[in-house]
Design a protein around this ligand. Structure first.
Ligand SMILES: [Zn+2]
Length: 217
């Protein structure tokens, strides 16, 4: 079942090591099927190079495995909490990507000091509190602090990115790591300069309405 979505989720999971967002088996991508409401997610603890589309696990919104011989990711509860509580979210990504996570270790968000922060995040990349893995704590903390942003840094942990599609959630996770690396380098030289709030709002609106091949969507 959901062969196309399993293929897509498998491909997007492989983007994590390709973009150097994960090491070993950490990280995961999930997507919600719009028709059935089921969620397809990476299995737990299988190395990326050994993953196949058929390894992706189909679960319902309560975490019941609908199809798949593997155990779903340990972060499944977090993804499902987000899907249950945000109808606009159909894709989720979790990584411990190193530059972004270094800000999470310091308990710092990333201020809007780059046009790409304004474009993609529409304001500072928020920082959420520490929350223990397992159960609903992380999902609840993510939604309490993420606001309108497509990604959040969770203190002492890593990145959670969400989107109306899994591709957009992945894009937010990739851009966040790139932004975090640039801001990290800038902080070695001095104090990053923030873009004024009104310009962040203007740039965000412009990017969200004008970027890409809109006429074909
Ligand atoms: Zn994690």
């Amino acid at each position: 079942m959901l062969e196309n979505l399993k293929q897509l989720v498998w491909e997007l999971n492989l983007e994590l090591p390709k973009n150097r967002l994960v090491t070993m088996t950490s990280g995961n991508v999930s997507a919600r099927d719009l028709e059935t409401g089921y969620v397809v997610i990476k299995p737990s603890g299988v190395p990326y190079e050994r993953l196949a589309p058929a390894d992706m696990v189909v679960v319902d919104l309560n975490g019941q495995v609908i199809e798949g011989s593997r155990k779903p990711s340990v972060d499944t509860d977090t993804h499902l909490y987000i899907y249950r509580n945000r109808d606009d979210v159909n894709g989720g990504v979790h990584t411990h990507s190193p530059y972004a996570t270094s800000f999470a270790v310091l308990g710092q968000g990333i201020p809007p000091v780059l046009t790409s922060v304004a474009d993609i995040f529409g304001g500072p990349v928020p920082i959420g509190p520490y929350a223990a893995v397992g159960g609903e704590q992380i999902g609840r903390a993510v939604l309490e602090h993420i606001g309108e942003s497509p990604a959040i840094l969770m203190k002492n942990h890593g990145v959670f990115a969400i989107g109306p599609t899994p591709e957009l959630a992945l894009k937010a996770a990739v851009v966040l790591e790139d932004v975090a690396k640039i801001v990290h380098l800038a902080m070695l030289k001095g104090t990053p300069l923030e873009i004024p709030e009104h310009e962040v709002a203007r740039a965000h609106h412009y990017y969200q309405t004008m970027y890409g091949q809109k006429q074909s969507c």
